[in-house]
Design a binder for this molecule. Structure first.
Ligand code: ADP
Ligand code: ASP
Ligand code: MG
Length: 437
């Protein structure tokens, strides 16, 4: 018997009907033996994700505001699942324990993790699979760093004992026993960790779209699906904003050479996207995909003879370090460098940082562009191909979009442009139209 790890996202487990579909998919292939569950997602437009409700609950508790109603709403979602599926996962009892814990005082990570915990309990009961708590095997270090090898070793031993199991996604444990979550969307990482630990033949990631699409379907109308993708292309696209798979989910499976298959729970007949190590330029296809995100700040620094000044860039980076600010990209020219930083890291610090750069590095000029969006156009060999950049820039020019920054970096497989936040969607649609049609 082969081994497939199947991770089901929030929409695949949002209500009893979706969970029935999920069971249908699992039962259709006996190799689907290890299942990773997310918290229940949205059932319809404007519905709440359980994880969002849990964070809301946590902030109410933090601010000493009444939280009974939110807690009831969350409990209701799980009781509905339990009764809708006709299983007994002891949700009433679980919530009694949860309420008691809330009174004692728990962290927001603990609260957020319960969406996956309760949902995995229900799914395990419904499938008749063993529930294996991620808290016992997914391990973080003192400073909250994920311990990949320790986790792999612990999980390998734990899962070997069961032919079939359900593992909750998104969280693990700190050395002090407290719960720690990955960042949002982190159940994808748990799926990848489980796939590596059991030596899966494939890591299936079941969601609500028929694979990785060439652009965000909320921006481009019915974008084409990508049938095959390399780990590297995936990493570029997910890091730049295509959050269909968490940007860090790739590491464990890549280490073990396990392919990832993105599939659609609502269209299980579709083959979805296969992601493997294979790297190649594809005939007739220049662009693999387009991804991006908003809300960056660019600090553009000009200094005459900058390139001749040893240690200049290091001094600039030290200033960012002083303010504990991390950097996204550093496009550079002969006498210029730009610092591209997610705006959220600069709250209340921007003026001081600019001041320090001007004074401590004696820059000739420092210009700041706020409210910027970054868009990456990704494809093998793309940046080297004659005419590709010209086409990209020409398209944006024709659409009346001002390019504020270009980063062709060292990677031959992407070209990144910076545009105003307000041009973001329009720019993505224009690039898509120019390269895909
Ligand atoms: P899940 O809850 O199953 O983990 P997510 O909401 O995290 O699902 O990810 C799937 C969503 O990602 C899709 O519904 C889609 O709106 C969005 N998305 C953004 N960019 C892309 C892309 N390039 N391809 C596919 N989906 C994308
Ligand atoms: N439920 C968590 C979130 O919404 C993790 C996940 O769905 O992957 O971020
Ligand atoms: Mg997700």
């Amino acid at each position: 018997m082969g081994i497939k790890v199947a991770k089901f996202g929030g929409t695949s487990l949002a209500d009893a009907e979706q969970i029935r579909k999920t069971k249908g998919i699992i039962d259709a292939d006996p190799d689907r033996r290890y299942i990773v569950a997310s918290a229940p997602g949205m059932r319809y437009d404007d519905d709440s994700k359980v994880t969002d409700l849990l964070y809301l609950l946590s902030s109410h508790i933090e601010q000493h505001a009444p939280y009974g109603q939110i807690l009831d709403l969350i409990k209701e979602r799980f009781l509905e699942l339990e009764s809708g599926l006709g299983v007994d996962a002891q949700i009433e009892g679980e919530f009694r324990d949860f309420e008691a814990m809330l009174k004692v005082g728990v962290t927001s990570d603990y609260i957020a993790s319960r969406g996956e915990y309760f949902n995995a309990k229900i799914l395990a009961a419904y499938l008749g699979y063993k529930f294996v708590d991620a808290a016992d095997f997914v391990l973080f270090g003192d400073k909250g760093r994920f311990l990949m090898e320790e986790t792999n070793n612990a999980l390998k031993v734990a899962l070997r004992k069961y032919e079939r199991a359900v593992v909750p996604g998104f969280y693990g444990t700190l050395p002090n026993g407290g719960i720690k979550t990955f960042s949002r969307g982190g159940s994808d990482i748990t799926g990848s960790i489980v796939a590596r630990a059991v030596g899966a033949d494939v890591y299936e990631n079941w969601t609500d779209v028929s694979g990785f699409l060439m652009a965000d379907p909320r921006i481009v109308d019915s974008p084409k699906a990508i049938d095959t993708l390399s780990y590297k292309e995936l990493r570029e696209l997910s890091y730049m904003g295509a959050k269909v798979l968490h940007e860090n989910a790739i590491y464990p499976v890549r280490l073990a050479g396990i392919p990832v298959n993105i599939r659609n729970t609502n269209d299980p007949g579709s083959p979805g996207t296969m992601i493997t190590a294979g790297e190649h330029v594809r005939e007739g296809r220049i662009v693999t995909g387009i991804a991006g995100s908003k809300d960056f700040t660019v600090i553009a620094i000009y200094k005459n003879m900058m390139s001749a000044e040893i240690g200049y860039i290091k001094r600039v980076l030290n200033i960012l370090d002083d303010y504990d600010v991390s950097l996204e990209h550093i496009p550079s020219g002969v006498d210029t460098i730009s610092l591209v930083i997610a705006s959220k890291y600069l709250d209340g610090k921007l003026e001081d940082i600019v001041d320090d750069i001007e004074k401590k590095t004696r820059a000739d000029s420092v210009d700041v562009y706020e409210d910027m969006a970054l868009i990456a156009t990704v494809g093998y060999g793309m940046a080297m191909r004659p005419g590709v950049s010209a086409k990209l820039f020409g398209t944006l020019y024709e659409a009346g979009i001002n390019i504020r920054m270009i980063d062709q970096g060292s990677s031959e497989m992407n070209i990144i442009v910076g545009v105003a936040n307000s041009d973001f969607e329009n720019a993505i649609r224009s690039i898509y139209k120019a390269f895909v049609g």
